[in-house]
Design a protein around this ligand. Sequence first.
Ligand SMILES: *[C@@H]1O[C@H](CO)[C@@H](O)[C@H](O)[C@H]1NC(C)=O
Ligand SMILES: *[C@@H]1O[C@H](CO)[C@@H](O)[C@H](O)[C@H]1NC(C)=O
Ligand SMILES: *[C@@H]1O[C@H](CO)[C@@H](O)[C@H](O)[C@H]1NC(C)=O
Ligand SMILES: *[C@@H]1O[C@H](CO)[C@@H](O)[C@H](O)[C@H]1NC(C)=O
Ligand SMILES: *[C@@H]1O[C@H](CO)[C@@H](O)[C@H](O)[C@H]1NC(C)=O
Ligand SMILES: *[C@@H]1O[C@H](CO)[C@@H](O)[C@H](O)[C@H]1NC(C)=O
Ligand SMILES: *[C@@H]1O[C@H](CO)[C@@H](O)[C@H](O)[C@H]1NC(C)=O
Ligand SMILES: *[C@@H]1O[C@H](CO)[C@@H](O)[C@H](O)[C@H]1NC(C)=O
Ligand SMILES: *[C@@H]1O[C@H](CO)[C@@H](O)[C@H](O)[C@H]1NC(C)=O
Ligand SMILES: *[C@@H]1O[C@H](CO)[C@@H](O)[C@H](O)[C@H]1NC(C)=O
Ligand SMILES: *[C@@H]1O[C@H](CO)[C@@H](O)[C@H](O)[C@H]1NC(C)=O
Ligand SMILES: *[C@@H]1O[C@H](CO)[C@@H](O)[C@H](O)[C@H]1NC(C)=O
Length: 795
Amino acid sequence: MLFNILSLVLLSITTARCQTFDGKTFLHYTSPATQFTETLPIGNGRLGLGMYGTPAEQLILNEDSTWNSNFVNRVNPNAKGSWQRVRSEIVDNKWFEAGNDGLRNMVPEDDEPGRYQNAGFLNVDMGQEQSGMSNYVRWLDTINGITGTNYTYSGAQISRIAIASYPDGVMAMRIASDQPFSANVSFSRAANIYNSTATTDGGKNVLLTYSGSNSQPGGLDFAMQGRVVVDQGSVSAKSSNLTVTNVKTLDIFMDIETTYRQSDYKGQTDTVLDAAVSKGWNTIFSNAVQDHSKIASAVTMDLGTTSNTSLAQSPTDQRLTAFKSAENDDNELMTLVYNFGRHLMISSSRQGTKSLPANLVGLWLDELTAAWGGRFTVNINLEMNYWAVGAGNMAADTQISLFDLMDVARPRGDQMAKDMYGIESGIVFHHNLDLWGDAAPVDNGTRYTLWPMSAPWLSTHIMEHVRFTNDLDFLKNRGLPFLLDTSAFYDSFLFEYDGNMVTGPSLSPENGFNIPANGDKPGYQNEGMDIAPAMDNQLLWQMYADIDEAYQRLGDPNNTNATHARDMQSKLRPNFLGSYGQILEWREEYVDTTPGITHISPLWGLHPGKQFSPLINDTLAEGARKLLDNRMANGGGANGWSRTWVASCYARLFDGVAAWANSQETLKTFLLSNLWNSDSGPGSPFQIDGNFGYLSTIQEMLLQSHTGIIHLLPALPANVSTSGGSFKGLLARQGFSVDMSWDQNASLKQATITSNLGNELSLRLTNGTNIKVNGNDYTAPLQTTKGQTYTVTLA
Ligand SMILES: *[C@@H]1O[C@H](CO)[C@@H](O)[C@H](O)[C@H]1NC(C)=O
Ligand SMILES: *[C@@H]1O[C@H](CO)[C@@H](O)[C@H](O)[C@H]1NC(C)=O
Ligand SMILES: *[C@@H]1O[C@H](CO)[C@@H](O)[C@H](O)[C@H]1NC(C)=O
Ligand SMILES: *[C@@H]1O[C@H](CO)[C@@H](O)[C@H](O)[C@H]1NC(C)=O
Ligand SMILES: *[C@@H]1O[C@H](CO)[C@@H](O)[C@H](O)[C@H]1NC(C)=O
Ligand SMILES: *[C@@H]1O[C@H](CO)[C@@H](O)[C@H](O)[C@H]1NC(C)=O
Ligand SMILES: *[C@@H]1O[C@H](CO)[C@@H](O)[C@H](O)[C@H]1NC(C)=O
Ligand SMILES: *[C@@H]1O[C@H](CO)[C@@H](O)[C@H](O)[C@H]1NC(C)=O
Ligand SMILES: *[C@@H]1O[C@H](CO)[C@@H](O)[C@H](O)[C@H]1NC(C)=O
Ligand SMILES: *[C@@H]1O[C@H](CO)[C@@H](O)[C@H](O)[C@H]1NC(C)=O
Ligand SMILES: *[C@@H]1O[C@H](CO)[C@@H](O)[C@H](O)[C@H]1NC(C)=O
Ligand SMILES: *[C@@H]1O[C@H](CO)[C@@H](O)[C@H](O)[C@H]1NC(C)=O
């Protein structure tokens, strides 16, 4: 008898413990989160939550437009009369004077735009204690977009499963048990709750909290509503809490709506939740899963099998620790980080009404104050978020929100051009945007504040979107108008210097130099402002190239705007090489104050640009490598996002060993236990850009197409996996989908290329290795037939 009971107990424990998770697609843990950066995040692009899995559950709730203020016009009225003087000072080598003049007269009095904020928390207290929880597992399914916690409590099998549905516009959690339970359910927020109520009137079990950006209504306000549905037992309201008694399933549907999008924001939560409750959990759940998994599984990635299968199935935090502490071949963890990055993109950036792109924290935040305001930092971070979506076959579903923000910012940028620079036509943004598109300068330093170049950078996402999606309606109606508005500003802003058209006052984000001997304060360290920084020239080069390409794609190549763009492009300042052969960062070779600076702005032309590709200009490619190596030799790549940019640059130089090593370093140095990227390692703030930058590096190692050539395995080192690897579903810019496999020496096994548009297929394999297409030697680009597949093998 005793034996039987024992074996029964053992059996149930074994059953629970034997639950195996696919080490490439699941995160899982054996204990509750103890802090924000251990929670497991899901989202539907607009709404997001993080699950703690603590005895009393606490879901972090987010909505992407809960920011701390309405729009404030911050322009400094002195700027209009000052900026040309600042330019002259720089031309006259008075860098120090120009820096002070610029900061004094061009920076707004109020130098901070809006900040992103947490919306609140959902608390579900079942009266449980951690000591009573066993067989505990907390998990996240990156393909289906579900997170959950399963455990045993007093003999009851309990699960908490949460989803965020894009099709139904809600978040929901189901708590289910095989034995009846009771729970108290409530909302909370750290500040600014206007009122909070709970009712069961008319059979609707409602939690409703009003809050917003101020202590009083009238700022950016929002309503957060929850609906409780139970299968049995009862629900009662007390003050602002609901109590459920003797239920076996407890479903909580949630919506948050703000005045950013809805004047009747509370009414909108009613509409959304009435619909969700009437559909019920099963429908909402399967709609959410179907939607998320369709995008997630558009690409399948396999970077190689982890030789220690028990390691691959270990809890994620243990795998990460093992990866950090010693060399191992847990390539399935590298693949998991890839799939997690895709999951984060699908969860934080979808199309909608005035949708917002993934901000500095995607949309997950547990506080009212985020590092750098959680804003859209547009001198690298926001753009990095979207580098991978094109080749990753997610652009159509995720990148529109970036264009929505750009369109919100466009009239602000138009006003800014007029008010700050006295330029009547065209738009200008500086190095941050908030949800209102506030285009004024931010913070107060010569290395970052007065940089009028983010609109050109953002505008390069337009043609990238079109190259991967072939969405010509978007190009004609939204993309090209934005590009033309952007370029119009530079018609007035650029000036002739040394025979070229250049920018200024500007800077090279976020590097500083020592003022040279011919300057007004020789040796002064950390000046930032100059004219004609290399990155500005590269950004404008690409912007003009994109306008030209846009008109070509629209069948109007001789449009005067295209001719004008080509003409302007030919007048730009070229790239120069410095004393050790490196790409020059500034107008002349100054001494870097911070040679290991995390920003690699002058390498824009290598990645995400293409001017420095070894397939286009070997001299510039070599110059790019010299500068990159020098940054790294001086401690570069010291932020998570920076490290992924460095890795992608090495991939663009076809240096697979360095690209892979730096990608591994992203995991070793910067990832937190829930696989979120951090600024500078555990203990530093979560920042999502590195998760997305990592996606781009992995893709750049396997497939490149930015020069017009489909380059297979351009930068995968030979020794990363004894099992080889494969992917399915990556896209190339010329209208092709690619599936590919390789062997243990990173040597091509086979690529299957589908022609989606019937374009010409120009191919290259690693180092120019000979190949066959459909069994015939490949010697020159092939004309393809739409819908046909082409099989590439080694010759
Ligand atoms: C910015 O810095 C300049 C120079 O240090 C100073 O004069 C100005 O008051 C500062 N502006 C703000 C908004 O802090
Ligand atoms: C719910 O809260 C009430 C007090 O408001 C408390 O008596 C009860 O034990 C709580 N129930 C659970 C399941 O925690
Ligand atoms: C958790 O519980 C749910 C609902 O019972 C079940 O579908 C799921 O398979 C469980 N997951 C794990 C990891 O135990
Ligand atoms: C709660 O606050 C909102 C927003 O100010 C207001 O519209 C609503 O009438 C208030 N409700 C109660 C019950 O006070
Ligand atoms: C409502 O729930 C919260 C969080 O569980 C708890 O702190 C608070 O005391 C509850 N209020 C009432 C009136 O039960
Ligand atoms: C395989 O991984 C498990 C779990 O991390 C570990 O305990 C074991 O030592 C590893 N085996 C080898 C041979 O490294
Ligand atoms: C050129 O661009 C401007 C917008 O900057 C637009 O108004 C104009 O119609 C365009 N010209 C032609 C010929 O398409
Ligand atoms: C554009 O101009 C070139 C040179 O004048 C001419 O050959 C070409 O046919 C024109 N293309 C179109 C589409 O009008
Ligand atoms: C490469 O770039 C350099 C510097 O701009 C230029 O002088 C050279 O002509 C370019 N080479 C090619 C092949 O385009
Ligand atoms: C692969 O080769 C590179 C370059 O030789 C070396 O640095 C790296 O340690 C090797 N990796 C493995 C897993 O052997
Ligand atoms: C991989 O490379 C090694 C060393 O060059 C060679 O011995 C081995 O045969 C290669 N394996 C395959 C599958 O080509
Ligand atoms: C390509 O060739 C270079 C130089 O011969 C070599 O160092 C590199 O390892 C090769 N790259 C790959 C991915 O095989």
